[in-house]
Design a protein around this ligand. Sequence first.
Ligand SMILES: [Mg+2]
Length: 448
Amino acid sequence: MMLDRPVRSVEALAFRYPVATPVRTSFGIMHDRPAVFVRIEDADGAVGWGEVWCNFPTVGAEHRARLVNELLAPLVVGQTFATPRDAFDVMTAKTAVLALQSGEVGPLAQGIAGIDIALWDLAARRGAKPLWRLLGGDERRVPVYASGINPDAPERTVRTMRERGHRAFKLKIGFGAALDMRNLDAVRQEAGPGVFVAADANQAWSLDETLSVVERLAPFDLRWLEEPLHADRPWSEWRALREASPVPLAAGENIAGFAAFAEALQQDVLSVVQPDVAKWGGVSGCLAVGQDIVRSGATYCPHYLGGGIGLLASAHLLAAVGGPGMLEVDVNENPLRDALCGPVADVRDGAIVLHDGPGLGIDPDLAPLRRFKVDEQRVSRRAKSGWRRVLRGLGLKRLAKSAKARGVSVVPKRERYEPAKHYMRGPGPKARAAGTGADGGRTESGRD
Ligand SMILES: [Mg+2]
């Protein structure tokens, strides 16, 4: 592994694109598309890029960027890791107690995932290998499906996406039986018999509601029904559903943690398992889980709905893990995806072909996206006294010291407010003394 230099910097950048056509799911509407990208640089100036999941609620993107910049970056900067997985384990262990205490298991796992993806990109670049090859892949062609198809005249979207090279389609349902049945019929008609059509209910129903819906799904020949139940419903409910459903079940975007995925595979009720690389695990977690999924006989289909870097990372993962899975490609307008996903933007005959360039295979150009960048609102940047700097520069150390003692500063008071000084920041003294966090364990946010 080519991570033999210390990490010099970690920076998360938040973006927000206001969409003309909102993205509708059964649990809410996205009026803008946020994205949080992570840029990591090592001591030699080599760079890697990652992405942090931040879709819902969309106001949470800036918060996640701040978690990366102020809480996770200090755990990584200045450190040398033999592998990205080592960094993943250190970050997870050192934030384990904080994640429980804050109830922010998800946002922290998402920030860790973003840093992990960037470290894998960096490692592959340093090794001058495409990431999919570094991860053990031998096939660069990745089949894809068109996803995020809204319930408003979805047959039109299917038509447009077919013209753009798509051959497989996933419709959003969970908007009431009448509209769902109308849309499923229209999409099947438009796609034609035998063509891949799946449906995603986004956790819309109870078990009883789902049981009454699945009876009516048989004529649509669906490849899978995704998240009909709330993701944390007991496995007994998923099993009852599986026994009654004519359609295979899919889930996984809301499963987090090695133990939770192991349990999901052991239950053997999901035909398709869909971890999200930017939501939990990064490449380190999802590579291991993806391989477990394939070994278990289920299909690994990376979940993804976000910006371009995470989408590209998902494509590399699927190319590496293999199996009959397909890459989820959101079809709603989003320049934060299209400008940064490299070859994934070029869908031909239902597939994309990954490049042979090092790492993720792209050098992200954020300049055209500048107008969508959210201004950084860091609150804990250490204020530097201008006077002290000047005095030190003149070699007047004693004067500088006394200026410090008297608190002399030309920095306006407003900028000197540092809430992070007054609240817990990073691992506490016990965790630091132990070196690995309070209990050395991983954060597992699995269902139970
Ligand atoms: Mg889904």
